[in-house]
Design a protein around this ligand. Sequence first.
Ligand SMILES: Nc1ncnc2c1ncn2[C@@H]1O[C@H](COP(=O)(O)OP(=O)(O)O)[C@@H](O)[C@H]1O
Ligand SMILES: [Mg+2]
Length: 352
Amino acid sequence: MSGVILNNVKKRYGAVEVIKGVDIEIGEGEFCVFVGPSGCGKSTLLRMIAGLEEISSGDVQIGGRRVNDLDPKDRGAAMVFQTYALYPHMDVARNMGFGLSMNGWPRDEVDRRVNEAARILQLEPYLDRKPRQLSGGQRQRVAIGRAIVRDPEVFLFDEPLSNLDAELRVATRLEIAKLHGTLENSTMIYVTHDQVEAMTLADKIVVLRDGRVEQVGAPMDLYETPDNLFVAGFIGSPKMNFMALDNGRLPDGTAPAVPGAAGAATLGVRSDALRPVESGGDVAGEITVVEQLGDAVFAHFRTGWGQEMVARFEPGTRLRAGESVRFALAGRTHLFDAEGRALRAAAERLTA
Ligand SMILES: Nc1ncnc2c1ncn2[C@@H]1O[C@H](COP(=O)(O)OP(=O)(O)O)[C@@H](O)[C@H]1O
Ligand SMILES: [Mg+2]
């Protein structure tokens, strides 16, 4: 049993509360991603689980044990940092095994574990190299190897890809996904500000904002049924389009068919839920920028009331800036109340 449970966890620095009562349950073997904007408390939360940061109040359990007062090395968790901080004068093998050797592990057991980690991470050809003779991606793999040799119950990753260039980031992301497949029973907690990393890696995503949990769920649950405006705007690329509704009417007076839109509300539509139409429709505007991605075309447009929005077109569609476009809402729509909470329940009742 190596799940992780956070129970009303708080962190204060003096009078400032940066983690404001967080409850999370992570199952054994689960890949859980903490995602949220910079400064929302992701690293602080991870460091409290690792034991690198004192817990002001609440409990952290790993594998059913309360670990609040345990030393980092006794928690069964190993952390991989954004800056890999390898020892420059040690070769790869020694960088990976050093921690174990320092803790008095016998030489042959250290070697066995280092060789096993090198095999898993495909670092075998590089065991004799110094860090400066490695690429950024290989160095990050060594840092991951340093965690693997400790055979932890829980892996903690703090933005491990953010020092890599775009191509390596994608490649290393895939390696981490494979690693989770290889190390079947190990629980992983992975921190990132990148919602694409969160969507692609996670079994479960925890969206954080300003020291609080906004929503927890599987990637597609968050994408399809965000609980609030923040999650709706954070998850998904391009971002969800938002339009103000006043008693069911858009600012230009159009009344799209949206059930339950009384009073002040916000209507959310993703770029692929806008269907181009010749006339009529729900939303009209003028194209500002066209992005040709090969497998899709994204047309950014400005509505008559000045709202910037984006619509997805079929690959190959010819569009120009300045062109007028009209769309019908054709797909899932999202409705949020004046406080930004999803009005899902109300909408579902009405359509049921
Ligand atoms: N040692 C510290 N003293 C005071 N405030 C801190 C300290 N460390 C972090 N913070 C604050 O806690 C908040 C969360 O920081 P952090 O966990 O690093 O965010 P994230 O990893 O999500 O970018 C930030 O507002 C940050 O300024
Ligand atoms: Mg951080």
